[in-house]
Design a protein around this ligand. Structure first.
Ligand code: AHM
Ligand code: MG
Length: 334
């Protein structure tokens, strides 16, 4: 590709324009080195013995896959001595990760879900890495959980890498969401989807329908109206998808529109929902909003929520703006 713009060039340009600093460039490039490693490991699958269960549970009581642990280690090792971060937080770590005592401290904090959609690893369906970058509070050498509890609106950058047919990165630095495809021959991410715009309207929704009996009334109403199709109040036939990898669903929505719901349901009410705000909902919300979409719990904009815990969970409704707004209005009606 003669006029191809690599991620390196894209970041160098943002640096020249004064939109980001050199430390953020370094942090993003280390994080992408980790994602290239994860991408390679996944591509080898059973050949490298990375499939299957690890035989352990994470802090949230979920059974860990081998790749959950490998990808968590890869992300930490790529970043813990760079001098670009002061600390990290991960879905797979109970509390904030403290850097080695002799490692230089940086001005950012990195949060991640190292391998999202892990139920799909062993069945060769797309999975991904989600990350969020925050400013480290001034003068804090070893940030603890409370230092990470900043609302999503304070994010400096967010990204999602999809390990699918291609390995794709969607990145936002707060000025649009941009898609990059990994060219495996040269090991570089190439800008392939600049300035992604999510269509405001859609006729495609994504929800795990096996939870239907637990949903709240506004979500029941929304899905019921979609299912009635052309004969119902929407007057149109709807399509449904459910990959069970949020990264893949969000990438589909970024590409052709749609709405994704992991709403509150009765069996998850005590824990607040399914998806975690700090390293799933907030970075995805940032990416989706920067692409012209919306991201809400149904009652409030997710990025404005004050998080109360590193692993806090929230209901998530995101995607095409008009559709998300319709679902929000159903919550108001109820
Ligand atoms: P994970 O981070 O443990 O993989 O869980 C998050 C994933 C999301 O990617 C996806 O939307 C959801 O869990 C699927 O859940 P379910 O299996 O209940 O459909
Ligand atoms: Mg996840």
């Amino acid at each position: 590709m003669a006029n191809a713009i690599s991620l390196k060039q894209y970041l160098a340009d943002e640096l020249r324009k004064g939109n980001i600093d050199a430390d953020l460039v370094g942090l993003l490039s280390d994080t992408m080195t980790a994602c290239k490693q994860i991408s390679y490991d996944l591509s080898q699958g059973a050949l490298m013995g990375i499939l299957g269960m690890a035989g352990s549970e994470n802090v949230q009581g979920e059974d860990q896959k081998k790749m959950d642990i490998i990808s968590n280690d890869v992300m930490i090792e790529a970043n813990n001595r760079s001098g670009y971060v002061s600390g990290m937080a991960s879905e797979e770590e109970e509390t904030a990760y403290t850097l080695p005592s002799d490692a230089p401290r940086g001005k950012y904090m990195l949060l991640f879900d190292p391998l999202d959609g892990s139920s799909n690893i062993d069945v060769n369906i797309s999975v991904g890495t989600i990350f969020s970058i925050l400013n480290s509070p001034e003068g804090v050498e070893n940030p603890t959980d409370k230092d990470f509890l900043q609302p999503g609106t304070t994010q400096v950058a967010a990204g999602a890498v999809v390990y699918g047919q291609s390995t794709l990165l969607v990145l936002t630095l707060g000025n649009g969401s941009h898609g990059f495809t990994l060219d495996r021959n040269i090991g570089e991410f190439i800008l392939t989807q600049p300035d992604i715009q999510i269509p405001a309207d859609t006729r495609e929704f994504a929800i795990n329908a096996s939870n239907q009996r637990f949903w709240e009334a506004p979500v029941q109403r929304y899905v019921d109206e979609c299912l009635q199709g052309a004969e119902g109040p929407r007057g149109e036939n709807f399509n449904m998808r459910w990959v069970a990898s949020m990264v893949a669903e969000v990438y589909r929505i970024l590409t052709r529109g749609g709405v994704f719901l992991y709403p509150m349901d009765e069996k998850m009410r005590a824990q607040g929902g399914k998806l975690r705000i700090m390293y799933e909902a907030n970075p995805m919300g940032f990416i989706v909003e920067q692409a012209g979409g919306a991201c809400s719990t149904g009652r409030e904009r997710i990025m404005e929520i004050q998080p109360t815990g590193l692993h806090m969970r929230v209901p998530v409704i995101l995607g095409s703006k008009n559709e998300v707004e319709r679902i929000i209005s159903y919550h108001k009606d109820a």
